[in-house]
Write a protein that binds this ligand. Structure first.
Ligand code: HEC
Length: 137
């Protein structure tokens, strides 16, 4: 391989990696409080908060999901999906806290409310514990 094609390959790789970093938003690394994720009482507290604030968009019709939720673009994800089993707790915390108030969600048309101004960190972590249990992890 000539030097110039190696250089071109490297350039393409750098462009690719830099392009991808836009798709994975940068969120703060944080550790959940010790023992929280498997704590049944915290999961129950999260379940109660979920029915109160989240089920209208993320729940089942039995839980109060509204027909309006079916028209959101992008759609509200279903947290019973197994893909959430391996979700990073710090990512879930950040998404619940910031909702649509950060990019790329802001310009992507998201209707996900920011819960940071309304819920304590403890409540946000309870929701994370519940979402992970809901997905079957
Ligand atoms: C008005 C409807 C609505 C309500 C209420 C709502 N959400 Fe959302 N949520 C959405 C939509 C739509 C999305 C997808 C767009 C996005 O990612 O911003 C979303 C995305 C999310 C995500 C990111 C999922 C991912 O894979 O990136 C999390 C986590 C989340 N919501 C948790 C919650 C929690 C917890 C509550 C309750 C405290 C809640 N949401 C209340 C509509 C809602």
């Amino acid at each position: 391989m000539s030097l110039s094609s190696t250089a071109l390959g490297l350039l393409l790789l750098i462009t690719f990696v830099a392009g991808c970093s836009d798709l994975v938003p940068d969120y703060p690394r944080r550790e959940p409080p010790a023992g929280l994720l498997g704590d049944a009482a915290r999961q129950e507290a999260g379940a109660a908060l979920f029915s109160l604030h989240c089920a209208v968009c993320h729940g089942t019709p039995e839980e109060g999901r509204t027909p309006r939720a079916d028209f959101f673009v992008p759609p509200a994800p279903d947290f019973t999906s197994a893909t959430y089993r391996s979700a990073d707790p710090a990512y879930l915390f950040w998404r619940i806290q910031k909702g649509k108030a950060v990019e790329p969600y802001l310009s992507g048309g998201s209707v996900m409310p920011a819960w940071g101004p309304h819920l304590s960190d403890e409540e946000l972590w309870s929701l994370v514990a519940y979402i992970l249990r809901r997905s079957g992890s």
